[in-house]
Design a protein around this ligand. Structure first.
Ligand code: SAM
Length: 238
């Protein structure tokens, strides 16, 4: 048997997350994140999704295309452990894996059938824009929920609960764009309340002004004390 297998991409993700920084570490954490999965090639055929709409959630298997070129490491430092303890890559959800494959459960919305394009509307995703999808499977609660499963060092979702305050200028930009981006404020709040800074900065105030891109907006923010974050400016990128 050959040691390598060729797989075909069956779709591509349109996501508000245009860069890796600030994407939540798992799906389901940022409920305001909405995206689309556009089926591609021979998978772009409504027959492949017949019956899927009756499921509320789907598994997506995908390629970590944004980090793939950086290769992989046998041991990595999970941010959850403060970034200073190494574990075997197979004991983590790191993107730097021998096969750069990720898996996420996302919420399934409408399945749209355009004349030459099948689009799955999804939400609660943790995927970078342009992520290539390898497979879609329905989430089946009786098999996928395991009562009393042990989550090791990741037993519980981190509870950052950071208060996010918007400047007046940022609120004006949100207001001006509320028609096309009605969930942008919630998305920014939910993303930032996770504190996307590196692990060693968690729970600490910080002078640095950070930037992140969501949809077509550059967002500048600063952590002014250990539990309050200020959104300084939101700029629409033309
Ligand atoms: N839920 C998936 C899993 O468990 O396989 C991903 C977990 S991984 C810890 C989540 C991180 O993957 C996100 O914070 C984001 O930075 C990164 N990510 C998401 N999509 C990516 C992509 N296409 N390429 C590289 N990194 C990506």
């Amino acid at each position: 048997m050959s040691d390598s297998i060729n797989l075909n991409v069956i779709g591509t993700i349109d996501s508000p997350y245009k860069e890796k920084f600030a994407i939540p570490r798992q799906p389901g954490i940022v409920t305001a994140a909405q995206g689309q999965l556009r089926l591609t090639g021979s998978a772009n055929n409504a027959e492949l999704v017949r019956g899927l709409a009756q499921f509320s959630h789907i598994w997506l298997l995908f390629v970590f295309h944004g980090t793939q070129a950086q290769g992989w490491k046998p041991m990595v430092r999970p941010p959850r452990l403060g970034g200073n303890k190494k574990l075997g890559v197979f004991a983590t959800r790191s993107t730097f894996r021998p096969n750069p494959i990720g898996m996420s459960v996302v919420k399934l919305g409408k399945i749209e059938q355009q004349p030459s394009q099948v689009i799955l509307h999804i939400s609660e995703l943790d995927l970078l824009d342009g992520t290539p999808i390898l497979d879609i499977k329905p989430y089946v609660p009786y098999a996928d929920i395991i009562e009393n499963a042990h989550g090791g060092y990741a037993q519980e979702q981190p509870n950052n609960n950071i208060k996010v305050i918007f400047s007046n200028a940022a609120l004006v930009t949100l207001d001006n764009n509320s028609e096309h981006y009605p969930t942008l404020q919630s998305l920014i709040e939910q993303v930032l309340s996770q504190d996307p800074r590196p692990a060693y900065k968690q729970n600490k105030a910080d002078d640095k002004i950070y930037g992140m891109t969501l949809y077509k907006f550059n967002i500048n923010w600063q952590m002014t004390d250990s539990s309050t974050l200020h959104v300084i400016a939101i700029e629409h990128i033309d």
